[in-house]
Design a binder for this molecule. Structure first.
Ligand SMILES: Cc1cc2nc3c(=O)[nH]c(=O)nc-3n(C[C@H](O)[C@H](O)[C@H](O)COP(=O)(O)OP(=O)(O)OC[C@H]3O[C@@H](n4cnc5c(N)ncnc54)[C@H](O)[C@@H]3O)c2cc1C
Length: 447
């Protein structure tokens, strides 16, 4: 009997448990549903990445991928009826809307089962708990328990008999973010192989350096399931660099775990004291937000990061922390404004990772950096981009300023002459202001 494999956050053909399940019972129709209500400008970069990844999957299937447009609640049951499917297979989607959407689809399938196998995580959220059955809020014990729990080996590679049907016209889904996107399982696999042969050596020491190529850059591939994290873990050994990468992959698992157990963190701080935090609003706040967004703050590492985001759709993790800290602790703007901008511009935008990353940096999430620890963007630049190469790569006005001086452009007239802005705030004054506001809400370093 034919079945459907409904692809969502799993746009690949290897290490795919749901594909193995589907292929075991007969021919398989590969289906993607483009839901216009989800493919929105508010998520422009990841929307474009998804569409590019769907196109790559269609190529990998020699055009047999069936792409339909509409609400999956109506499209999936309609395709199931069209081919007389005996099951719809899918990976479980722990995304913010995934579980309710799937429940709605299952209810409309009129007896055809929606079978979930695997998910975007190595260990499904909800499985790793403390001994007393409650969820972890601190990463290190979560990590230890996650390691103890263990995970399956990669799924076998299968070659099903693929079925196909005509696709809908998708010519209306043009790219809108203006990015140069390379997507797809083959590209992701090539990046992983190149990283294993190169940047992985030294990852533990050098992953914080945005001027070097020592991180995998696989976040968008993992977000859309072009590669499964389990595939990466199976290639890792016990060396310190490998161990460090395993723990970073576990941060992704921790984010999924937190959103699953604390769904209120989709919109609110995990630490409720932060509900009372005084964030700036009004014309000056808006102008500052705009300067941050456009990479025009006058602080080179911040501006380089925001311009890397604008031009490539990706930003180095260290710089994500620096720009987020600057927005929240020096500009006193609500972390949710920054999270929304990242959601629009990141090709790897992932709700769980983004909320967790912002709350961690703002000091209001689980196992967060304390609010009172405030990154000085100049010192961060000098430490992690010691020769200034990262700044020069993304801020053309500063390209002619040599070495580390690029992190303090106000020490030369050359930057202003080239049109680079003066700092929009005084770091010392705003740092004191942030600490005063922290005292107002009664949060301290232990929170
Ligand atoms: C404010 C802020 C917002 C963020 N928003 C996102 C987001 O929307 N999507 C996203 O995938 N990551 C997000 N991150 C986490 C992290 O910055 C990126 O995953 C990482 O920079 C991706 O680069 P990479 O693939 O080269 O990472 P690598 O260092 O090569 O790590 C391998 C993989 O591990 C995972 N990972 C690494 N670091 C983290 C982390 N701190 N938290 C969770 N997972 C991690 C990612 O899937 C990554 O691809 C955010 C971090 C911060 C501070």
């Amino acid at each position: 009997m034919p079945s459907i494999l409904w692809f969502r956050r799993d746009l690949r053909l290897t290490d795919h448990p749901a594909l193995v399940e589907a292929a075991a019972t007969g021919p398989v129709l590969p289906l993607v549903v483009l839901d216009p209500s989800q493919l929105v400008a508010a998520h422009a970069a990841s929307r474009d990445y998804f569409l590019a990844s769907v196109a790559a999957l269609r190529d990998a299937l020699d055009g047999r991928l069936v792409v339909r447009v509409g609400d999956p609640r109506t499209v999936v049951p309609a395709v199931a009826r069209e081919i007389g499917a005996d099951a719809v297979h899918a990976s479980r989607d722990f995304g913010i809307r995934g579980e309710t959407r799937d429940a709605d689809v299952a209810a409309r399938l009129q007896g055809v089962p929606l079978v979930h196998s695997g998910s975007q995580y190595v260990v499904a959220p909800g499985r790793v708990l403390k001994d007393d059955g409650t969820p972890f809020k601190v990463f290190t014990p979560f990590y230890r328990a996650w390691l103890r729990h263990g995970w399956r080996a990669p799924a076998a590679t299968v070659t099903p008999q693929w079925l196909s049907l005509p696709s809908d016209d998708t010519s209306g889904f043009r790219p809108i973010a203006g990015l140069d996107i390379v997507a797809g399982e083959d590209a992701a696999r090539a990046r992983w192989d190149a990283f294993r042969a190169g940047g992985l050596q030294g990852y533990r020491e050098l992953r914080d350096r945005p001027d070097l190529d020592h991180t995998s850059r696989l976040s968008a591939a993992l977000r859309f399931g072009e590669l499964h994290a389990r595939t990466l873990l199976a290639d890792l050994g016990d060396e310190p660099d490998h161990e460090k990468l395993r723990s970073e992959i576990a941060w992704r698992e921790f984010s999924g775990h937190l959103l699953h157990h604390f769904p209120q963190t989709a919109t609110a701080a995990l630490n409720p004291r932060f509900d009372a935090m005084r964030w700036d609003t009004g014309a000056i706040a808006d102008a500052r937000f705009d300067a941050w967004r456009r990479g025009q703050t006058g602080f080179p590492i911040v501006d380089a990061g925001m311009r890397q985001l604008a031009t490539t759709g990706w930003m180095h993790n260290r710089v994500r922390m620096v720009v987020a800290s600057f927005l929240v602790k020096h500009l006193h703007l609500d972390w949710r404004r920054g999270a929304d901008w990242f959601a629009e511009r990141l090709i790897d935008f992932d709700f769980a990772n983004n909320q967790q990353g912002w709350q961690w940096t703002a000091g209001c999430g689980a196992d967060a950096a304390p609010f009172h620890r405030i990154f000085n963007p100049v010192l961060q630049g000098l430490k992690f981009d010691p020769d200034g190469a990262y700044v020069r790569a993304f801020v053309p006005e500063l390209r002619h300023i040599p070495g580390a001086l690029v992190h303090e452009p106000w020490r030369t007239t050359a930057a202003r002459d080239a049109g680079y802005p003066s700092p929009i705030i005084d770091l010392g004054i705003e740092r004191d202001e942030a600490l005063a506001r922290l005292r107002e809400i009664g949060a301290n370093s232990a929170d």
